[in-house]
Design a protein around this ligand. Sequence first.
Ligand SMILES: Cc1cc2nc3c(=O)[nH]c(=O)nc-3n(C[C@H](O)[C@H](O)[C@H](O)COP(=O)(O)O)c2cc1C
Length: 375
Amino acid sequence: MQAWPRHKAPRQTWHDAGMSSAFTDLCRYPIVQAPMAGGASTPQLVAAVSEAGGLGCLAAGYKTADGMYQEIKQVRGLTSRPFGVNLFMPQPEYADPAAVEVYRNQLAGEATWYETQLGETDGKRDDGYEAKLAILLDDPVPLVSFTFGCPTREVVQAFDRAGTRTVVTVTTPEEAQAAQRAGADAVCVQGIEAGGHQGTHRDNPETDSAGLGLLSLITQVREAVQLPVVAAGGLMRGGQIAAVLAAGADLAQLGTAFLVTPESGAQPLHKQAMTNPLFVHTELTRAFSGRPARGLVNRFMREHGPYAPAAYPQVHYLTAGLRKAAAKAGDPQAMALWAGQGHRLARELPAAQLMEVLVAELDEAKAAFAARGAE
Ligand SMILES: Cc1cc2nc3c(=O)[nH]c(=O)nc-3n(C[C@H](O)[C@H](O)[C@H](O)COP(=O)(O)O)c2cc1C
């Protein structure tokens, strides 16, 4: 695989070159399908996006190392185009076990209602990180991204030697600096608008209301580090992709937009909820996992969000059975309906067609921008 250009050349902007030279060998269009743990980013979705000229990404989070590897093999069977794999960083052991037990008692009525058990919360803090690294280094994929923390220099260097590009999710300029110090090839700048978990390196309840909007964050990160930027959060239309590229991003990463495609493995109730007028807005909550994640506001979030402890992934495992039981009962009010702020703009198109529409909208926005510049 061709080496990632090491940020020495002057950076081109999207209106000079269509997209940054740093990514042109990975995808034809500056569109990344976000990795979505929990089942949405199936090998079929990843392959469809990569075949259509975007960059599809598998989510290894919550899977076993072997489960991850089986999905990689499936993608390879469906496409020869590049794709990415996303890893969760291991979590430090600072969650308060007593707070988790209090939350367990607070959720007892939910377990009775959905006729299920609350889950065990011991162990599982590392998400099989070392085993997944071993597989990815033994049989490399084109790109590996990390969330919930920053890999060590040694890990990044090992991927460099394997010819794999590394991307670290960041939510502040300081996290971007940490990614640069570790030697990462790029940062995925995740704005507060983003659906699903915030990829914050350390969950700190004291900074809960400090999350930055995407445009503000892209600019601050661009001024803090020299790395290529993948922008994520609330992007649903080609015009928005044009906007983040104009702001200095090299690629745009979309989750919610792809979650509703037929290739996505998200629960049908989750897909339907995106444009269901019953669910009018999103909020960040710790109710389901113990870490801030953005989802459609439902009963469970309203009732339990206010006192859910900062205890990830313990709370994720505590509520996993409950969420499954709610889905089985056809009740979206206790499911984790992860969604970005743009959810109402979701279009239920096959992934290849969605890619076509996004690219057409992007071209239109670029042409309009160029025409305005020529006036
Ligand atoms: C259902 C869902 C699951 C997600 N899972 C992951 C994940 O496993 N790893 C990750 O880095 N980001 C994950 N994200 C966040 C995305 O990478 C991305 O930041 C987000 O989708 C962008 O916002 P948008 O949904 O408004 O497009 C997830 C997002 C959603 C909606």
